[in-house]
Design a protein. Structure first.
Length: 713
């Protein structure tokens, strides 16, 4: 294949695009002086079968280099090389000897760059590091794969676009969900394996899966050693993206180049058929290229000075607001366009329903790293017409000190609410004088979201997430146990607000086990009756633990994998969770579109009323280890069959039982028992429609560390 047999090509779209004339390639490089496109015959080849050097006139439009190769088919493999100045002090790190992935690659082959890389490997910081210039042969390089986006049969599928207020999110890891013992799937640890587990998700009643990173990354980049086993650790979680447009190839059962694409699409299509949305956890705050000693994979070799925020007058160094070595220059127009192109691509070609943005405050930083009041990127994402119905969820902080909970800029952004997590954990731990905080969180966190004009559903409520203890470990450990991460247990937060209930770790003591099971039901039910959008950590519904590890990012093993044998042992907790989810979905008062205003529309009565145990109005500065309130359904936004019901919810976090005076129900209604978490097993919450009429309508004894829910009808 000779250059004269090619066509000049088009500068848009970027990436490799299948056209009637062949395949069009287009890449951005402003300061590059030569661009070479390499075509490979096989994924394991080190040398290309053809190398095409692009003409700086015929094959360049502005800062975009492009070429069209007639006759080239989907499945073709390719890499780039780019020449230009190597002047790190000016931000330039071009190296024509280095293979580079296309930043817009739609799939890459499942080859690890880092697996055979020497632990001492580093790239040159300046021109004096001559011995490091010829370094590309230290490692194998994956290949980009040409993908035909129009070949998959979606069978008429479209994104579901369920309102956020009606969502129940289930955060999980594609591999870990089915890689563990007893998963009962043909293809464990894959997209296909997750697809096989859809009936379980349907049975549980969740409405959306939030998948931890699936943009392609290299799990072997972690060089830490497990001090107990001597094994090299991995980057299991995947918060270190290599290719933003490519699904992770090693998560596919189909190992053919590009086979991950159709397998991922099939998974999404089948989840949608089951009524389950797909939200992706995306990492636009940094990349796997690391700091000044990192490795060039794509962005660094094409235009380092554009893609990253560099240090003022010392551009050989990287600003590090991510805690991972570098920070993407998100509000540079070129990078901003790439991020928008990426989000649109996943919505249009993969029918993705939403995105959760890791360390999202970095998206709000200027090209100098300063937090912006009106960031162009977050506003563009919120206002983009293609993304108009897509859920956008921010983790509203970063590792550089930014904390924007309640005020994340851009209009329609939802946010992970870590205040909910901490206040509810402390409340159920039995801390003194935290009832006010718990009340604020359970009623929707109006203190955080009213000022920005958002409603309760913009608060993504969670008690546990991938980052920290699982719920089982939250009630089983007083301290983190991260020794096996190879970091001397310095990693992971020390602020866990956990309690082991008398013994550190697993125990056969039946009293402690009963307490732990009850506390888990308290956490789960509190989450599901609170205003806001609930998110469950996958496996919490059957007490999945991580041996007290609260930062299992590197544990690609049974510590992180779902053990489905444990699910069988704790089937009653699964059933409790299923009933609690169904209760929330059937009762609209827990899915309000507005904050409580103090009065039911069109009536003289309140929409929410708070109580002491004796039925009086609480004095909030003195209220401790108890919380009780009524929700009045008449006048709630949704006029479903339950909209006229009223609800009494009371929590006793003390070590003593409490006799409470129940308020008189309105009209001629009677109180029925929905839930009492002190009752063993799944019967702690009634099956739908089988709530029992209370014999005693004026008083109820709430056992210690218990939550009750009553409904009047």
């Amino acid at each position: 294949m000779k250059l004269e047999n090619t066509l000049p090509g088009q500068p848009y779209p970027l990436g490799a695009s299948v056209t009637p004339n062949g395949v069009n390639f287009a890449v951005f490089s402003r300061n590059g002086t030569r661009v070479i496109l390499n075509i490979f015959a096989n994924s394991d080849d080190n040398d290309p079968c053809e190398s095409l050097e692009l003409d700086s006139v015929a094959n360049r439009t502005g800062d975009v280099w492009h070429i069209c190769i007639p006759g080239l088919k989907p499945g073709a493999l390719y890499l780039y090389q780019v020449d230009g100045p190597f002047e790190p002090s000016r931000g330039h790190r071009f190296d024509v000897h280095q293979y580079l992935l296309d930043p817009y690659a739609k799939a890459v082959t499942p080859t690890s760059i880092f697996h055979n890389l020497p632990p001492t490997y580093r790239t040159p910081v300046d021109k004096t590091d001559v011995e490091l210039q010829e370094s590309r042969h230290y490692y194998k390089f994956p290949k980009c794969v040409v993908i035909d986006d129009k070949s998959f049969d979606w069978q008429g599928d479209r994104p579901i676009n369920r309102p956020l207020c009606d969502s129940i999110i289930y955060e999980t890891h594609v591999k870990g969900f089915t890689a563990g013992k007893g998963a009962g799937v043909r293809n464990p640890g894959t997209y296909a394996g997750l697809t096989e587990k859809i009936p379980y998700l349907q049975h549980l009643g969740i409405t959306a899966v939030e998948l931890m990173p699936v943009f392609d990354f290299d799990e072997y980049e972690n060089t830490n050693i497990n001090p107990r086993t001597g094994d090299r650790m991995k980057n299991y979680w995947g918060y270190s993206t290599i290719s933003f447009f490519a699904p992770k190839a090693t998560y596919a059962a189909n190992k053919n180049p590009g086979g991950c694409v159709d397998e991922f699409k099939y998974m999404v299509r089948e989840l949608h058929k089951a009524g389950i949305e797909v939200i992706l956890d995306v990492v636009f705050n940094h990349t796997a290229e690391g700091n000044e000693h990192g490795i060039a994979l794509n962005f660094r070799g094409f235009e380092n000075s554009v893609y990253y925020i560099l240090v003022g007058n010392h551009k050989e160094y990287y600003m590090n607001y991510s805690g991972c070595g570098n920070t993407l220059n998100c509000n540079h127009p070129v990078v901003r366009r790439m991020i928008l192109d990426c989000l649109r691509y996943w919505v249009l070609e993969y029918h993705i329903d939403g995105f959760r943005f890791d360390l999202a405050s970095i998206l709000c930083r200027s090209q100098e790293g300063v937090l912006l009041k009106f960031p162009p990127l977050t506003n563009a994402i919120a206002e983009d017409p293609v993304l108009g119905k897509t859920k956008i969820i921010a983790e509203p902080w970063d590792a550089g000190g930014a904390y924007q909970l309640g005020g994340f800029p851009g209009g329609r952004w939802a946010e992970w609410n870590d205040r909910f997590r901490d206040d509810i954990r402390r409340f159920w731990r039995g801390d003194e004088f935290v009832s006010t905080g718990a009340a604020t969180r359970m009623s929707g966190s109006s203190d955080l979201y009213t000022i920005s004009g958002r409603n309760p559903s913009f608060s993504i409520n969670y008690v546990t997430s991938h980052d920290g203890f699982t719920m089982n470990d939250l009630v089983s450990y007083n301290h983190k146990h991260n020794d096996e991460n190879g970091e001397g247990s310095r990693d992971g937060t020390d602020s866990n607000w956990s309690y082991n209930h008398g013994y550190e770790g697993p125990t056969n003591n039946p009293r402690i086990e009963r307490l732990r099971n009850k506390q888990m039901k308290n956490f789960l039910l509190t989450l599901l009756v609170s205003e806001g959008t609930p998110m469950l950590l996958g496996g919490d519904e059957f007490r999945r633990g991580q041996e007290g590890n609260n930062n299992a990012y590197c544990q690609d093993n049974d510590i992180s994998y779902f053990d489905w044998g444990i699910a069988n042992l704790n089937s009653s907790l699964i059933e409790f969770t299923r009933r609690a989810i169904l209760f929330r979905r059937k009762h609209s008062v827990f899915r309000r579109h507005t904050f409580f205003g103090g009065q039911r529309p069109g009536t003289p009565g309140p929409d929410i009323q708070w109580y002491n145990a004796d039925g009086s109005t609480p004095e909030w500065t003195k209220l401790s280890r108890f919380l009780a309130y009524c929700l009045f359904g008449y006048g709630a936004d949704s006029k479903d069959e339950t909209s006229s019901y009223d609800y009494y919810i009371a929590a006793n976090t003390d070590i003593k039982d409490i006799m409470v005076k129940i308020p008189t129900p309105l009209g001629q209604k009677k109180w029925y028992l929905v839930a009492d978490t002190s009752i063993p097993g799944a019967d702690a919450i009634a099956e739908d429609g089988k709530e029992e009429l209370l014999r005693e309508q004026e008083h109820y004894v709430i056992p210690s560390n218990s939550l009750i829910v009553l409904v009047s009808k």
